[in-house]
Design a protein around this ligand. Sequence first.
Ligand code: TXA
Ligand code: MG
Length: 348
Amino acid sequence: MKTVVETMTDGVDEDGILRAGEILRGGGLVAFPTETVYGLGADALDQEAARKIYQAKGRPSDNPLIVHIADWEAIHKITEELPPQAKLLADTFWPGPLTMILKKSAAVPRATTGGLDTVAVRMPDNAVALALIRAGGGYVAAPSANTSGRPSPTTAGHVLEDMDGVIDMIIDGGPVQIGLESTIVDLTGEVPVILRPGFISQEMLRGVIGPVEMDRGLSSQDPAVHPKAPGMKYRHYAPKAPLFIVEGEAGRVRQKINELTVAEHERGHLAGVIATDESLGFYEHAAVKSIGSRTEELSIAQHLYAILREFDLMDVSVIYSEAFEMPQLGAAIMNRLMKAAGHQVIEV
Ligand code: TXA
Ligand code: MG
């Protein structure tokens, strides 16, 4: 299959959106930009189209998809019951990086929800994405547009690396703004639960709807306690080289990483280091990359997946990363980094 690339880095191109919408309505696959990561879209109400997504990504079929909508009114067709929190959260955060889990209606095929009777719904904050959803019939199922197990794509180039020749079209809308997938909040239980941390933090949700819990399965080291979002149980984003997170007081972290990279160098290997603008100059005998600045937490979120992809193209034997405990995005950044590291942490 030839994958067409439509460039919309300067905004929505109406003709291109019409062509993309036709592909979706015909049951095809179109990758598109959102504010979080690139999505791989298909008609969410067409089970054959949804199945194609799983095939293209090599994704386990029990891992449900998020249904993207462009207008609040669209939510009624795909949900059964709407708790009052849903409207409050939508009024505050939509369009934006928040996904809500709700009871699904019969209109949503089980191929889309991985067999569950709940559905994940989100309205992305990206003009190209919203135009595409409307042109495609109003309901676009879209996981991140990476091959299963690779870091989520934050540029159209990343999507091409994984999906060239496999899908009908990629819309290039330039690099994304956030770089980490949306916050997922489950509204089907008594108390809302965060199933995946993201740009919208627990505090921000509490400010709107009161008590919100964090899924215990996200942080538990007990293998018997599973995360509630099926996708969060998989070891995603694993780089080719083993990744270790070094945690502790900043000065000691730098010193420890330096000891480790020098030792690796003496063994005749090259270590990679995930540093920040502030610590970049400190490390020796290593392939050092800055992920962003500690004074701007969004810059760190934006570059995490790109850096993991860059290290995969290099011949590093091991990667050491600083830890990033930041006020708003720390939970989301460390959740993804810990998964990439398979929870390998060195405490200093
Ligand atoms: O920011 C995002 O959310 C991006 C962009 C493209 O919108 N999408 C995304 O989709 O990250 P994906 O498929 O990579 O991640 C969806 C996550 C998975 O962990 C999945 O298990 C969970 O959402 N999920 C989907 N439906 C669910 C449901 N009904 N119940 C529990 N978890 C659900
Ligand atoms: Mg994903």
